[in-house]
Ligand binder design. Structure first.
Ligand SMILES: *Cc1c(COP(=O)(O)O)cnc(C)c1O
Length: 358
């Protein structure tokens, strides 16, 4: 247990309005957007529910792309909110192709296209720039869950034409869970405002934040903000922007390449079927036959979650762990799991080092 000065946790001054304004600006820089950014006082999963319930309405058609568990939940919320949902789902060891999305957009003529950019649970990343271009051509709003993508790979909100993007600090930005951010275009605001079922007077209300904060002089924060998490998100955003987003993304890319190379040298196979879909945030591997199911994993190595528990292993080279040393430790851990000898482990680590350098 790390021992923290209790005063750092307990005796902080209240959050100033200027601090929230600064965090919104930092999040906008990270998202590369001039759109409004709403900071929600809750974990990203609540932000995603707020988005789904704000845009979905009876009489609206949504295309929901499902390549992992988060996309599936998002579709449930869209349906509960009355939208007519077309689901494009693939096996969780695949991501979607642009051709698949083009075909379903043509057939279903959606008003909304929702996609998870990167799925930490499956280690897959979808071609969001191309999907967004197709969706916009069809006149649909583009909604992106970039929680696991941000920091690990580019999220170019304005360049790609993304209407709504959700992020949280707890993955590639190396911050805490507990506060999240959502960017919202003018078109998206119009779609939310014209939805009679969009939440109001609710923790799920984006409109409340717009009307009671963004469109005010921003001197009085509505409600009681989480002081610690909001300040920690700001610290994480400053640290990432201080290092430079491209440098942070480059660490994730190298870490993923090193993890794949080390795992392959040990005879393990990536979980994702196609290398184009490997996510820089987490590397997933097919769980080896014969590896003890109760094997102790540690450091940045973990099992899959839920139904993927026995099917895949995760190398969580995420945030500060997007570095060579943690990946080398993970490669050694994988070698131990496979009962590989020291020479084999050392050469797998060499393969990882070499891939890191490229
Ligand atoms: C981690 C993650 C989230 C956020 O989930 P939390 O439970 O709030 O951490 C949302 N979407 C994706 C794709 C994620 O990987």
């Amino acid at each position: 247990m790390t021992s923290l000065d209790p005063a750092a946790l307990l005796d902080q001054p209240p959050l100033g309005a200027a601090e929230l304004v600064e965090l919104e600006a930092l999040a906008a820089r990270i998202l590369r957007t001039t759109h409004d950014v709403v900071v929600l006082q809750a974990e990203a999963i609540l932000a995603l529910e707020a988005i789904a319930r704000s845009v979905a309405a009876r009489g609206r058609r949504a295309l929901n792309i499902v390549t992992g568990p988060y996309g599936r939940i998002f579709g449930d919320w869209l349906e509960q909110s009355g939208a007519e949902v077309t689901t494009l789902a693939v096996e969780f060891d695949h991501v979607v192709t642009v051709e698949q999305v083009a075909h379903v957009i043509e057939r279903s003529r959606p008003d909304i296209v929702a996609v998870v950019q990167a799925e930490a649970a499956t280690g897959g990343t979808n071609p969001v720039a191309e999907i967004a271009a197709l969706a916009r051509q069809a006149g649909a709003l583009v909604v992106v869950d970039a929680v696991a993508a941000v920091g690990a790979e580019p999220v170019a909100t304005d360049t790609w034409g993304l209407d709504i993007v959700a992020i949280g600090p707890q993955k590639g930005l190396a911050g805490p869970a507990g506060v999240s951010a959502v960017s919202i275009s003018e078109q998206a605001w119009a779609a939310i405002e014209s939805n009679p079922a969009a939440p109001r007077v609710s923790s799920l209300s984006l409109l409340d934040w717009r009307d009671e904060w963004l469109r005010t002089d921003r001197t009085a924060i509505p409600g009681t903000p989480s002081v610690l998490e909001t300040r920690a998100f700001t610290a994480a955003a400053r640290r990432v922007l201080g290092e430079g987003l491209p440098a942070v993304q480059d660490r994730h890319r190298r870490a993923a390449a090193a993890a794949v190379a080390g795992a392959r040298a040990l005879g393990l196979e990536p979980w994702q079927a196609d290398s184009a879909g490997y996510a820089p945030v987490v590397t997933t591997l097919r769980a080896p036959d014969g590896a003890p199911a109760d094997a102790v994993l540690g450091g940045i190595l973990s099992r899959g979650n839920g139904p993927l528990r026995n099917q895949l292993l995760r190398v969580n080279h995420t945030g500060r762990a997007a570095a060579l040393e943690p990946v080398l430790d993970a490669v050694a851990g994988l070698g131990t799991l496979l009962a590989a000898d020291g020479t084999r482990i050392a050469s797998a680590q060499d393969a990882a080092r070499e891939a890191w350098q490229r």
